[in-house]
Design a protein around this ligand. Structure first.
Ligand code: FMN
Length: 360
């Protein structure tokens, strides 16, 4: 086979593989896919073909450049014998293709690829691996992802219920609190006081430092993605209903009035002890509050923070001599519906029940 025939074949293959790579690349960007069949292999083949083409055309190119930059020896002809000169139209169309491709890359709507999950793969493990701190995360200090939402959520239309100042009301030593902390599910009918509720809310999310408005729980970047709702069943001087805790004024906002014991029990996979609790705190997360800064680390951080909040409630309730139990088993949609949340921007992540214990 003649060298020029081989080179012609290589050029045809290069053109075909370039088309394939362009089409599959655009599809991947557009549809947020991780892989399109053979994209990688064709990519490697393209590099091989390009190198081969370079090797086959090397002599021709050398002669051309020597003429172009007048490096030719005196005995060589004045015009390049190898390559025909290009027309103005060819120059213009090459420049247009270059600029067009660049602009397309700049403005083409790119979907962020979802993590690729094999059918037999464990999604927890996949997320854990995917969310390891990498270059993108390190760049988080420079680039932000989306809008930073408001730091405080309030229900402007809701009836506000002031809470008593959270004051010191426990006698147990810290060691005793740690030792006595248990998950307790047997509650009496006796209500808890409004002071106790105020103390518990302060422990869950209350502001403890005016400077920087830092709270009782640690939070990644002090971004505070969590909100606290209370399904109230038996609290002195507080009608039963569903309330939102407005952190900054330290007050409750009444979202719904009435008896929601059955709803919380059925939302929590029919765990009936929740129906006997004085109050069930439902912890929700507004993910974007953390995501705009920490992106893939968000889910890790939010869950860690829910754990901090839960433990604060455990310790605060134990110190008050109240029973407390964490509940992670619930029907997400039913619980979000109960709070009137759509479940994506903000979603329920944890329930903590609190009730009076039988006096020994
Ligand atoms: C994330 C999490 C989810 C839990 N979910 C439930 C639950 O759905 N129902 C329940 O009765 N207890 C639940 N618990 C309480 C555990 O059963 C309890 O912590 C465990 O039995 C250890 O007992 P202790 O808390 O008394 O030390 C949960 C605890 C955690 C930390």
């Amino acid at each position: 086979m003649k060298r020029s025939d081989l080179n012609f074949g290589v050029i045809v293959l290069l053109t075909l593989s370039t088309l394939y790579l362009a089409i599959t690349g655009i599809l991947m960007d557009w549809l947020g896919l991780h892989r399109v069949a053979f994209h990688n292999y064709v990519g490697y083949a393209w590099v091989g073909l390009a190198l081969l083409h370079l090797g086959l055309s090397w002599g021709q190119m050398r002669v051309h450049w020597r003429h172009r930059f007048r490096l030719r020896h005196s005995h060589e002809p004045a015009h390049s014998p190898s390559l025909p000169s290009s027309s103005r139209r060819q120059w213009l169309s090459s420049t247009a293709a270059l600029i067009g491709g660049f602009l397309m890359g700049l403005f083409w709507p790119v979907k962020q690829a979802a993590p690729f999950i094999q059918s037999q793969e464990d999604i927890d493990l996949t997320y854990h691996q995917w969310s390891k701190i990498g270059l993108a995360q390190a760049g988080g200090a420079l680039f932000h992802w989306g809008q930073q939402p408001r730091r405080y959520k309030t229900y402007a239309e809701a009836v506000s219920v002031p809470l008593p100042e959270p004051r010191e009301q426990t006698q147990l030593s810290f060691e005793a609190v740690l030792n006595q902390r248990r998950s307790r599910r047997e509650y009496t009918d006796a209500p808890i006081s409004l002071e106790q509720l105020s103390f518990l809310l302060q422990a869950a999310q209350g502001i403890t430092e005016t400077l920087g408005e830092k709270r009782s729980v640690p939070s990644a970047g002090a971004l505070y993605p969590l909100e606290v709702y209370a399904v109230v069943n038996a609290v002195e001087n507080l009608p039963s209903g569903i309330y939102h805790y407005a952190v900054q004024p330290h007050q409750l906002e009444q979202l719904k009035a009435g008896d929601f014991r059955r709803s919380i029990v059925s939302a929590a996979v029919w765990q009936d002890f929740l129906g006997t609790a004085s109050v069930c705190f439902v912890i929700t997360a507004l993910f974007q509050r953390t995501r705009w800064k920490y992106r893939e680390r968000t889910y890790r951080y939010v869950m860690m923070e829910a754990g901090h909040l839960g433990q604060n409630l455990y310790l605060a309730a134990t110190a008050l001599g109240l029973g407390v139990c964490a509940v992670g088993a619930f029907f997400d949609d039913a619980l979000n519906d109960l709070l009137g949340l759509e479940g994506e921007t903000e979603a329920a992540v944890y329930i903590i029940s609190i009730g009076q214990l039988e006096r020994a």
